[in-house]
Write a protein that binds this ligand. Structure first.
Ligand SMILES: Nc1ncnc2c1ncn2[C@@H]1O[C@H](COP(=O)(O)OP(=O)(O)OP(=O)(O)O)[C@@H](O)[C@H]1O
Ligand SMILES: [Mg+2]
Length: 309
């Protein structure tokens, strides 16, 4: 079983309007809601691929209750800690010409008891989990160290850890030596205050992560080449060219794809290739982290993976 941890989920609403005109009232043509959050996306894609997973983290208030209901409706197994902090909403206004504009509400403060409850839940889950996936942002400074603690629980129990985050939560999480990390280029730059543009700079960035004791290091960059390293071996992976519809969640779909590969007993290179295809499949549709095995397998043939060291 793969447990995904989302500390900062969102009730993700998409509102269809003809055209946005600043300073006016709009009557929407339609509205849809989905349970949003990076770890939730990983669980969603894993379910599509037939891999057993459970989504956990924090949910609170009426919006949290709606997210739980939406997860139930989708058949995503979940067990979130109930917090007193109302789960945030995100509004995406989608115009007829395809332009989208989003506003995410701020996150509310989570109290320390909830963090303890989450850790206890994960201690129990660690007995039947192969991986813990820590994905996404931290809702506030008070829980910036929580991914580190969760990854520490994983390590103690012999569970592999994934960390896909940025900023202080990412830096702190790295000290707990997760097995796999996948920031995107921008997140790596933002966290470490550097620019990475050239191939040698990507390799230097990977070396920085390897130097922290991380086994599988990946830095993605949307449609541009992704770089990865494992114990002194380096890869350049060129994603398939697809008409991009909505790239949000591509990194999450990619992580699910890699874990799917590992669950099949594939080695890193093949799992990474499949993960890249899963990211591209996600970017080719509006729905997030919901591609089928067949759709991903078709794109897998078009991934170019090259050893560079
Ligand atoms: N427009 C695209 N065309 C082809 N492949 C894409 C595209 N966008 C993303 N991908 C694939 O998905 C992978 C992950 O994408 P990206 O680097 O955008 O992740 P991310 O920024 O972490 O996404 P998110 O956090 O929204 O899940 C890329 O390495 C690539 O394989
Ligand atoms: Mg990401």
């Amino acid at each position: 079983m793969i447990a995904t941890v989302t500390l900062n989920p969102m009730l993700d609403k998409t509102i269809d309007v003809k055209k946005i005109a600043k300073g006016t009232i709009h009557r929407a043509d339609g509205m849809s809601m989905v349970a949003g959050g990076k770890g939730i996306n990983v669980s969603r894609q894993l379910r599509k691929l037939g891999v057993d997973s459970l989504a956990t983290g924090f949910l609170g208030g009426e919006t949290g209750a709606i997210v739980r209901r939406l997860l139930d409706e989708e058949g995503i197994t979940h067990d979130f800690v109930d917090t007193n902090a109302l789960t945030r909403e995100g509004l995406t206004f989608r115009e007829q010409d395809g332009t989208s504009t989003a506003v995410f509400e701020p996150s509310l403060r989570t109290d320390a008891n909830c963090a303890e409850e989450l850790k206890n839940k994960l201690r129990v889950l660690s007995r039947k989990s192969s991986w813990f996936v820590c994905s996404g942002s931290s809702p506030g400074n008070e829980v910036d160290g929580l991914f580190r603690e969760v990854l520490g629980i994983a390590q103690q129990a012999g569970v592999m850890g994934v960390l896909d985050s940025y900023g202080r939560a990412f830096e702190a999480g790295l000290t707990a030596c997760p097995s796999l990390v996948k920031p995107n280029k921008h997140e790596f730059e933002q966290t470490f205050g550097v620019r990475i543009e050239t191939e040698p700079e990507f390799l230097e960035a990977l070396n920085h992560l390897l130097g922290k004791g991380i086994q599988y290091c990946i830095i993605s960059n949307g449609p541009l080449p992704c770089y990865a390293a494992l114990r002194g071996h380096y890869w350049r992976v060129i994603p398939p060219k697809i008409p991009t519809v909505n790239a949000i969640g591509s990194g999450d779909a990619m992580i699910a794809g890699i874990l799917y590969g590992f669950s099949q007993g594939w080695k890193f290179q093949r799992s990474l290739t499949f993960g890249i295809a899963a990211g591209a499949a996600n970017a080719s549709t509006w729905k997030v982290a919901s591609s089928s095995l067949q759709e991903i397998a078709a794109l897998e043939q078009e991934v170019a993976i090259q050893r560079i060291g």
